[in-house]
Design a protein around this ligand. Structure first.
Ligand SMILES: [Fe+2]
Length: 228
């Protein structure tokens, strides 16, 4: 999957992993994404209107699992993989400002490919993060990954000027964090279909409530011991 050892660059609010995925694998993934977009487009009228995107695609979810140790190394956290999404952007598409849901506590965004003319003229298509009120434009090479806190950080992309661009996100939660219950995005395993928004919201509500109860009990036990 990798050509050589990836280079992990730690910034204050995000991590860049250079050469995380080889050119051959990226080329295959780009062809695969364009092929799927052509034969069965999945386009909705939301913040990503006119962008073919797919949740839980088996090949991308396989990669999600395989990338886990690398993302753990980059973040220093023990992680549960939650979900993979890939996107096939076309001319004029943009990604409006947003934060991701809690299953995307840690997002690893892989820059996969673009048409040759776009690469020649513009190089790559940056993802922009709002870092403490300042916009930080991050231009990744093809095969590079940007790791950031998707649930906390506002992020977006300006209008795309090329013919096509393919990227994917691989999302994780901290095994010891408040969103650990989002393991596999509440599915029985990776690769399964989405559980449905109603089920997901109910599961998230229950998970957060449990977490709060657990923290209260932990605090109570700690106070008790403190008084002995
Ligand atoms: Fe996002």
């Amino acid at each position: 999957m990798m050509q050589q050892k990836p280079i992990i660059l730690n910034k204050k609010d995000y991590v860049v992993i250079q050469q995380a995925v080889s050119t051959e694998v990226c080329d295959l993934l780009a062809d695969y994404a364009n092929f799927k977009a052509a034969i069965k487009p999945n386009i909705k009228k939301d913040g990503l209107k006119n962008v073919h995107r797919e949740y839980g695609d088996p090949l991308m979810e396989l990669l999600l699992g395989k990338l886990t140790p690398l993302i753990e190394e980059a973040t220093g956290l023990a992680l549960w993989p939650t979900l993979a999404f890939y996107y096939t952007y076309k001319n004029g598409n943009e990604l409006t400002k947003h934060k991701d849901r809690s299953s995307c506590q840690i997002v690893a965004g892989l820059c996969i490919g673009a048409d040759e003319a776009f690469k020649k003229e513009h190089g790559t298509w940056p993802l922009i993060l709002d870092v403490e009120g300042k916009s930080e434009s991050i231009a990744l090479g093809y095969g590079d990954i940007l790791v950031f806190k998707g649930h906390e950080t506002v992020h977006w992309r300006e209008v795309f000027k090329g013919a096509w661009f393919v990227s994917a996100i691989f999302a994780y939660v901290d095994k010891n964090g408040p969103f650990a219950f989002q393991k596999f995005d509440q599915r029985q395993s990776l690769g399964k279909p989405h559980v449905g928004m109603f089920h997901w919201l109910y599961g998230s509500f229950k998970g957060l409530l449990k977490q709060r109860f657990y923290n209260k009990r932990k605090k109570a036990a700690y106070d008790e011991i403190g008084h002995l």
